[in-house]
Design a protein around this ligand. Structure first.
Ligand code: KG4
Ligand code: ZN
Length: 377
């Protein structure tokens, strides 16, 4: 085990020279097995993502134990390929970063144990990364001018939350979902509509593609806009479970909708538009409130659902109406990837925030609790 004292010396030694730093990032929190090497000069030296569509699509959704087996099978070759593509060895790295949580309980240890072993054997600093902080900070990789404080909307398969990001590790949740994450509702709706997963982006990207050929106005009046009735229209929270169920009920009531490709597209478009209107409604409420309290530099939108082009363009317009610029990482960096883990590892490494080799996974991990760990070694 690397003692805290030794790791302190190690970090100081790394900081003493001005050479560029190299961090390997490993991500196995859900169904993508990924690794990447990123430099302190914002170069992505290599990136390998091994999806698991063939394991989960036949099951109708992600099965955690299958995902874990997939990570065990693919991760060694993913890491080896990442090093080979960058023409580096583990000895060349300054640190190893890995998703520690939140994520699927059987999946996180696969990446964490690999990272711990590599780091311990090679006496490299280890950095356990919060998956959602990584989604947020990817925006600082893609846009070097992005400074704290900013608002960040994180929309993925497991989360829908709006944060005020004040500094590295300092996040306050402003708005959250009461039930499903938007990505979860999208995935289940894509299944209800019988859509085949897209190669990249899975059911969400498939739903976006179907919606592109549809007319949202035909069926949107048949779907409820969540949290908009008299009782809860002023509540600052999202809710997607009822909207998802409304689509299921509609197709139960009118099964013929599923026999007609145009109707499937119209329903996908109506559902997607209702999700977006709901996100906008509560985001507007939150910005009205937050903009008075914090001098914000930007609205960051990230996470897998942020690769959706319609969401990007609608939120760009919304941000502009508040005089904020929208910063969205490129779509391939919005869905889960090793680059975001490597970059967040770099930010933490440069702030002297490294971890012991004894850390364990945190399947449930509040992003606000990162504040309590801000004790640079
Ligand atoms: O961030 P992410 O890759 O994994 C989690 O941390 O959950 O997000 C995955 C979610 C899934 O629900 C997926 O269907 C959705 O992002 N997604 C999309 C698109 N691409 C991926 N949703 C809408 N439009 C897309 N183009
Ligand atoms: Zn994610």
């Amino acid at each position: 085990m690397l003692s805290r004292r030794f790791s302190c010396l190690l970090t100081r030694r790394c900081f003493s020279s001005q050479r560029r730093r190299l961090v390997l990032g490993i991500e196995t929190s859900c169904d993508d097995t990924s690794a990447a090497i990123v430099s302190s000069e914002r170069e992505i030296l290599s990136e390998v993502v091994r999806g698991q569509r063939e394991l989960h699509e036949p099951m109708g959704g992600i099965v955690p134990t299958l995902a874990s087996q997939g990570h065990s099978r693919y991760l060694p070759s993913v890491i080896r390929q990442t090093l080979e593509d960058a023409r580096l060895t583990v000895a060349d790295l300054d640190a190893v970063a890995v998703t520690r949580g939140p994520g699927l309980p059987p999946c996180l240890p696969v990446g964490l144990n690999a990272a711990k072993t590599l780091a311990a054997v090679m006496q490299k600093p280890l950095i356990g990364v919060h998956h959602m902080e990584a989604h947020a900070l990817t925006a600082r990789l893609s846009d070097p001018t992005l400074q704290f404080p900013f608002m960040t909307l994180l929309i993925s398969g497991g989360h829908t939350m709006l944060l005020t990001a004040r500094s590295l590790g300092d996040y306050t949740v402003v708005c959250n979902t009461l039930d499903d994450a938007v990505g979860e509702a999208i995935d289940k709706t894509a299944r209800t509509l019988g859509l085949a997963w897209a190669e990249k982006g899975g059911p969400g990207a498939a739903l976006e593609r179907a919606a592109a050929a549809g007319d949202p106005d035909r069926l949107a009046p048949r779907l409820p806009l969540p949290m908009s009735t008299h009782r809860n229209k002023n509540t600052l929270a999202w809710s997607f479970a009822g909207l998802k169920t409304a689509v299921t009920r509609l197709v139960q009531l009118e099964p013929s909708l599923l026999d007609d490709p145009q109707s499937v597209s119209d329903l996908a478009a109506a559902f997607q538009m209702t999700c977006i209107r709901h996100i906008e409604h509560k985001l507007t409420m939150a910005l009205d409130r937050e903009i008075k309290n914090t001098p914000l530099t930007a609205l960051v939108v990230s996470g897998g659902v942020a690769s959706n082009q319609l969401i990007r363009s609608r939120l760009d317009a919304l941000a502009q109406s508040y005089g904020l610029r929208l910063v969205c990482p490129p779509p391939q960096l919005c869905t889960d990837n090793g680059v975001m883990i490597a970059w967040t590892g770099l930010e933490r490494f440069q702030a002297g925030l490294i971890d012991e080799y004894t850390i364990t996974t945190r399947p449930k991990w509040s992003i606000e609790s990162l504040k309590e760990q801000q004790d640079p070694l």
